[in-house]
Design a protein around this ligand. Structure first.
Ligand SMILES: Cc1cc2nc3c(=O)[nH]c(=O)nc-3n(C[C@H](O)[C@H](O)[C@H](O)COP(=O)(O)OP(=O)(O)OC[C@H]3O[C@@H](n4cnc5c(N)ncnc54)[C@H](O)[C@@H]3O)c2cc1C
Ligand code: FES
Length: 226
């Protein structure tokens, strides 16, 4: 086993579910933190999905004392199994993994779209609650905006990119078309990308994506890319 592998193995922990709260169509899964570090905003954890072979990557959403919380969009079998967990259930968690956001920015503007807002509550708390702009497909989805302080919210057909002003340092997470649009407006933006992941720590190459003309393993070179 590689040195990196040993380090990763040591960080895998079985944690207990403290609560699962409904936030619009999403589930906020709160687990007992135990010895797990929350890491840097934008980093992710691999969560065991009950009944599924592979774990699922999830951004850390909140890090209240003694807990880690993940905002989950139940779009498939793994995320539905995670959203169906109950108080007292246990699951294996590995992390924090990947590269988070660079926090040394002068005029941060957090930009989130849909479930892409997941890492923003923790990022907002860490940066001292800077302005945020959030876009959702419906009022029901927009209920998740309550998790992010100091946020302006829009619902389609208004697009979140219409709320980005000039002269700010953009830190964004959302669907790929939104990230491409943000990059066109703010070329120096920090963007958190997504790809299906199997291992989460560089071993399987399942998350290799072509970004900017080069293949990147998002789990180790991202998910945040500048
Ligand atoms: C670094 C990272 C952080 C993430 N953070 C969150 C989070 O905080 N909250 C959250 O709800 N989701 C998050 N995701 C996405 C989440 O991991 C996937 O939605 C989940 O793995 C899907 O599993 P499933 O079994 O429910 O559905 P599946 O059946 O595996 O997938 C459903 C559909 O989504 C597609 N898909 C699956 N995973 C991805 C992906 N990562 N990117 C694009 N398409 C995908 C599949 O091709 C399929 O069409 C994150 C992904 C990454 C890579
Ligand atoms: S998920 Fe295995 S290499 Fe990235």
């Amino acid at each position: 086993m590689t040195a990196t592998g040993e380090r990763i193995m040591l960080k895998r922990k079985r944690r207990r579910v403290v609560a699962v709260e409904r936030v619009g169509p999403y589930a906020l899964l709160r687990v007992d933190r135990g010895g797990l570090e929350p890491g840097i905003p934008g980093q992710f954890f691999m969560l065991e999905a009950p009944g599924r072979l592979l774990p699922r990557p999830m951004s850390l959403c909140l890090a209240p004392p003694g807990e880690l919380a993940f905002l989950i969009d139940p779009i498939g079998p793994g995320t539905r199994a995670l959203a169906a967990l109950e108080h007292g259930d246990r699951l294996a968690i590995l992390g924090p993994l990947g590269n988070g956001f660079h926090l040394d920015v002068e005029r941060p503007l957090l930009v989130g779209g849909g479930i892409g807002i997941a890492p923003l509550p923790y990022l907002s708390e860490t940066l001292g609650r800077p302005p945020a702009v959030l876009g959702f497909r419906s009022d029901w989805h927009a209920e998740a905006a309550t998790l992010v302080s100091n946020a302006r919210v829009c619902v389609e057909p208004t697009l979140v990119t219409e709320l980005i002003q000039e002269g700010v340092d953009v830190l964004a997470c959302g669907p790929e078309p939104m990230l491409e649009a943000v990059r066109a407006i703010a070329p120096s933006a920090q963007l958190a990308w997504e790809a299906p992941m199997a291992c989460g720590y560089g071993a399987c190459y399942g998350c290799a994506v072509d970004i900017g003309g080069g293949l990147k393993r998002l789990c180790v070179e991202g998910p945040v890319l500048c």
